[in-house]
Design a protein around this ligand. Structure first.
Ligand code: SAH
Length: 402
C-alpha cells in the first residue's frame, strides 16, 4: 500500500532521543530540538513519522526546522491523509464548542494543541473569524486552504482575518506577512457574551481582539461584585461591564488609551438604564495608581486584578510572584471588610498552587482573612490537555476579605 504521509510529501522519519521518547510516552506532544537525534531531509513544516532510537514508532508530528520545539505530535497513529485529518479535527473542535459554549457568539473555536491542531488558533467573534498561525506546518499554503475552506463550510463567517505575530514568524523562519483579511471584506462587528455587547475590530487590539478565556470568569465575578468596584488592567472593560449592573460605581484602569476608548464605547452600548452610573475609565500605570490609592485611603468593595503575564519564562517566576504579591497586597489593603477580590494570572509558569500560596502570603501581610469563593481557570472553549501543562495557564480566584 502506498501512503501519502505528509503535507508536503516528504514521508520522512525523525528519530528522537530516549528523553524525547519518554516525554511523548508520558503524554506530552512536544519534543525539543536538543532531543532530536536525526531528521535529515525533513522539509520545514512537513509531517514526519517519529521513532525512538530503536526505531519504534511513536506518532506522527509536524516538524519545524527552526523552532526550539522541533516536533509537535499531531497523532499517535500513522497519518495517511493529512488534509482529511485536519478537516476531521476542525469538525471535532467545532462540535465540542456546540456542546459546552453557551450565552455567547464569541469563543475560541480551535485552541492549538488542546484541539490536537498544534500551531493553529481560531477565535470567533460573531460573524468574523480571527485566525493565528504559529508554525511552519500550519503556514503551508495547502494547509491554509484546507483550514479556511473547512471553517467556511462549517461556520459560514462573513469574513476571516489573520492576526500575525511577527515574532512568531521570525522564530519559525517564515517570511514576513501582514495581518489582514484572508476571506470576505468585513473587519468589524459586535459580539455578545453573557448578555453584554462588545465592539470588535478584527485588525486592532491585543491578542485576537478580546480576552475570550475570561468569559466565564466575567459572569462569575458579576455574581459577587457589589458596591464600589475597581477593575485594574481592564482593557476594553470585560470585567467592569459585567459588574456595572450590580455595583453603585465602577472604575476601570488601564495603561492603554486605545483600549479604554473601546471600553467607553462598549459601556455606551450597554447602558440601557440612564440611572445606572457611568463607568469611569482611568488611563494610568496600575502599579503607581494602586500605590497612591492604597496610601491615600481609597476604599472599594470589589477589586479585580487581571494583569498581563508577568512570567514569560521559568526564570522570571520569582520576580513574577513578587509582582503578583505586591499588586494583591495593595488591593487587599483597599478592600472594605466583606469586600470581594477577583485576582487573575495568565502566566502558565505560575501554577495554581504557586498563585494560591502568593495570595495567602499577601493576605497574611495585609492582616486580612481571605475566604475563597471560587478557584477558577480558563473558559471551557480553552480546554486543557492534562499532560501538556502549557495548555493550562489562566488562574482566576474570587475571594472575600474580612
Ligand atoms: N481584564 C482584561 C484583560 C487584561 S489584559 C479583560 O478581561 O479584557 C492586561 C491589560 O493590562 C492590557 O489591557 C494592558 O494594556 C494592561 N497593562 C499592561 N501593563 C499595565 C500597567 N503597568 N498599568 C496598567 N495597565 C497595564
Amino acid at each position: 500500500m502506498v501512503r501519502t504521509l505528509t503535507a508536503r510529501g516528504s514521508g520522512l522519519t525523525a528519530t528522537v532521543s530516549p528523553r524525547g521518547a519518554s516525554r511523548l510516552k508520558n503524554g506530552h506532544v512536544w519534543v525539543y530540538r536538543s532531543d532530536i537525534v536525526s531528521a535529515e531531509g525533513a522539509a520545514p513544516g512537513s509531517l514526519v513519522n517519529v521513532v525512538d532510537h530503536r526505531g519504534q514508532f511513536l506518532g506522527s508530528a509536524l516538524y519545524s526546522s527552526s523552532s526550539q520545539i522541533a516536533i509537535r505530535l499531531i497523532s499517535r497513529e500513522p497519518v495517511a491523509d493529512f488534509p482529511a485529518l485536519l478537516r476531521q479535527r476542525i469538525g471535532e473542535a467545532i462540535a465540542y464548542r456546540e456542546n459546552v459554549v453557551s450565552n455567547t457568539d464569541a469563543y475560541r473555536v480551535i485552541f492549538s494543541e488542546a484541539d490536537f491542531l498544534p500551531g493553529l488558533i481560531v477565535d470567533r467573534y460573531n460573524d468574523i473569524l480571527s485566525i493565528q498561525i504559529l508554525t511552519q506546518a500550519m503556514d503551508a499554503e495547502s494547509v491554509r486552504q484546507t483550514v479556511i475552506s473547512e471553517l467556511t463550510e462549517r461556520l459560514h463567517p462573513a469574513s476571516i482575518v489573520e492576526r500575525v505575530d511577527p515574532r512568531v514568524r521570525q522564530l519559525e523562519e517564515l517570511p514576513p506577512l501582514d495581518s489582514g483579511l484572508r476571506q470576505g471584506e468585513k473587519t468589524s462587528t459586535k459580539f455578545t457574551m453573557n448578555g453584554i455587547l462588545f465592539h470588535f475590530d478584527a485588525l486592532e487590539g491585543q491578542k485576537t481582539g478580546a480576552f475570550l478565556d475570561q468569559r466565564e470568569n466575567y459572569a462569575a465575578a458579576a455574581l459577587y461584585a457589589h458596591g464600589e468596584a475597581l477593575d485594574v488592567f481592564c482593557y476594553q472593560g470585560g470585567f467592569a461591564l459585567h459588574m456595572a449592573p450590580r455595583c453603585s460605581h465602577v472604575v476601570g484602569v488601564d495603561s492603554s488609551r486605545p483600549a479604554l476608548e473601546v471600553a467607553d464605547q462598549n459601556a455606551a452600548l450597554n447602558r440601557r438604564d440612564p440611572n445606572q452610573p457611568e463607568i469611569e475609565w482611568i488611563e494610568a500605570n496600575a502599579f503607581d495608581l494602586l500605590k497612591d490609592y492604597a496610601s491615600s485611603g481609597q476604599r472599594y468593595d470589589t477589586v479585580v486584578l487581571d494583569p498581563p503575564a508577568f512570567a514569560k519564562s521559568k526564570r522570571d517566576l520569582d520576580a513574577a510572584l513578587r509582582g503578583y504579591k505586591e499588586l494583591n497586597l495593595r488591593a487587599l489593603k483597599m478592600l472594605r471588610p466583606g469586600g470581594v477580590l477577583v485576582t487573575c494570572s495568565c502566566s502558565y509558569h505560575v501554577s495554581q498552587a504557586d498563585f494560591l500560596q502568593m495570595l495567602a502570603d499577601a493576605a497574611r501581610d495585609a492582616h486580612r482573612t481571605l475566604r475563597l469563593a471560587e478557584v477558577r481557570g480558563q473558559g471551557k472553549d480553552h480546554p486543557i490537555l492534562l499532560n501538556v501543562e502549557e495548555t493550562a495557564y489562566l488562574k482566576c480566584v474570587i475571594a472575600t476579605a474580612s
